[in-house]
Design a protein around this ligand. Structure first.
Ligand SMILES: [Zn+2]
Length: 87
């Protein structure tokens, strides 16, 4: 994926302005941004990001992503709160 390609999360932003920085280690500003980055990580095969953002209580020792799975889209039905000022 090139940095200016559309982000796999479906935000319609270039990857470099959406999930790319979160994948590179920047904090996700909101729960929604974190969810989008995790979806994109599945789509791009970024297992390390999945592990890094997995709750430690349930995080496995590793993840094996299946290259045969095609992640088509993320559908966000609704959100409640989850802004940058929310806990
Ligand atoms: Zn994204």
């Amino acid at each position: 994926m090139r940095p200016n390609d559309p982000c796999p999360c479906g935000s319609r932003l270039p990857y470099i302005e959406c999930c790319g920085p979160v994948h590179a280690g920047a904090p996700a500003g909101t729960a929604l941004a974190l969810m989008r980055s995790r979806y994109s990580a599945f789509a791009l095969g970024l297992g390390e990001h999945l592990l890094r953002t997995w709750h430690p209580d349930t995080r496995p020792d590793g993840v094996e992503l299946d290259d045969d799975i095609l992640w088509r889209r993320l559908q966000i039905v609704d959100t409640a709160r989850g802004g940058e000022a929310d806990d």
